[in-house]
Design a protein around this ligand. Structure first.
Ligand code: SF4
Length: 305
């Protein structure tokens, strides 16, 4: 019997690999077209100095060194785990195919690496990159994580995502066509968004061949444009109770086969300005599980195909 009333990542990995699986967050030394001037220099309004990879290993280390370091940190807790090399920081398909191949293959050559997860933008998946991913997928498990954040185009423009929803849809379909599972990143609590907007985003995902979802809380990190909005009273982060209620509604609305990769935020405590309650991750998850039970919510309860 499932531990939670939703398809959890732990359960998915256990079914896939038969053991505890940990992700090692890597910084491949890439940048992002939304920051290097190709699209813009400002980036998404919430983007931190680490390019949304604040927990990734140190980019000055080689991929091999980063993986060794990541493994050493988890070894005590999970001595028999296998690992996913997670290219997290910035845009991890934003380089030539030769550079990408070298980085990915270096990761996959490390012992106990059972697959590779690549976080990127939907507008950075050219045909030669897709060909490389397809080739890798014949040798190992490959996942691609795409930042949608919202299906509301007005919000997407406001946060400077840099592409319309159609680009996201096209990339999801191309990846699905080569059998690469896609994980969509969604942010709850974006500036100006209502509950209806957030549920519309869930419906948008439900209608696509998406394998997994990360539901993340909007964090305000220091030295971002969102921090300016927050500090001038033009943005208010979600209260814990509102976030928990929103999560319940999203889980209930989500297609039952979609794996939930994340349900909390992951802000760096050194730069997190708000909401500070999000630092108590265990507490937030416990409260969510309690609420789901109390409200008798199962993933897909209110999913409408
Ligand atoms: S796409 Fe990612 S790395 Fe690029 S600006 Fe947005 S959050 Fe930052």
């Amino acid at each position: 019997m499932a531990q939670y009333p939703y398809r959890s990542l732990n359960e998915y990995y256990r079914n896939l690999f038969g053991k505890k699986t940990a992700k090692i967050s890597l910084d491949g030394g890439f940048t992002c077209p939304n920051r290097d001037g190709t699209l813009s220099t400002g980036g998404c309004i919430f983007c931190s100095a680490g390019g949304s990879g604040d927990f990734a290993e140190d980019a000055s280390l080689s991929i091999t060194q980063q993986i060794k370091k990541g493994k050493a940190q988890t070894l005590k807790k999970w001595p028999n785990a296998c690992y996913i090399a997670y290219f997290q920081a910035f845009t991890n398909t934003y380089a030539s195919v030769d550079v990408l191949r070298a980085k990915y293959e270096e990761a996959l050559a490390q012992p106990e690496i059972s697959g590779i997860s690549i976080a990127t933008r939907s507008d950075c998946l050219d045909d030669d990159v897709l060909e490389l991913l397809k080739e890798l997928s014949f040798k190992t498990k490959v996942w691609v994580e795409l930042g949608l954040q919202t299906a509301n185009e007005d919000t997407a423009n406001f946060i400077r995502r840099g592409y319309p929803n159609s680009v996201f849809v096209e990339s999801v379909e191309k990846l699905h066509g080569i059998h690469i599972p896609v994980i969509a990143h969604v942010i709850l609590g974006l500036p100006g968004e209502t509950s209806e907007d957030m549920l519309n985003t869930i419906d948008f995902i439900n209608n696509l061949p998406i394998h997994g979802i990360k539901l993340q809380l909007m964090h305000v990190l220091a030295n971002t444009d969102l921090a300016n909005l927050y500090e001038t009273g033009n943005y208010t982060p979600l209260e814990k109770e509102v976030y928990l209620e929103m999560l319940c509604q999203c889980i209930s609305r989500l297609r039952p086969d979609i794996v939930i990769y994340r349900l909390t935020g992951d802000g760096d405590k050194n730069t997190l300005l708000a909401p500070l309650w999000s630092l108590q991750k265990r507490d937030v998850l416990n409260q969510l599980h309690h609420l789901l039970k109390e409200k008798k919510i199962q993933q897909g309860n209110s999913y409408c195909p």
